[in-house]
Unconditional design. Sequence first.
Length: 86
Amino acid sequence: MYRVFLTKTAEKVYNKLEAKTVDRINKCLDQLEAKPRFGVNIVRLEGKLKGYCRYRLGSIRIIYKIDIQKQVVTIMDIGSRGDIYK
């Protein structure tokens, strides 16, 4: 089981979201605790974000990094698909 942490950037976005969206993201975070590397909506990123993964949740993207040795998932950012990769 992995531990999930949010960076300050991700936490600011998370705290501003609607309750309905927060519930959806919480389910996502539960899935990342169990299996952060495998899933239909999970993709390893390339280019300037190489080493990070992306979880797709409708139009929302969750960018995170996995530390396998420490069993930690760090959520780097949460945002809409048009803005998250900039």
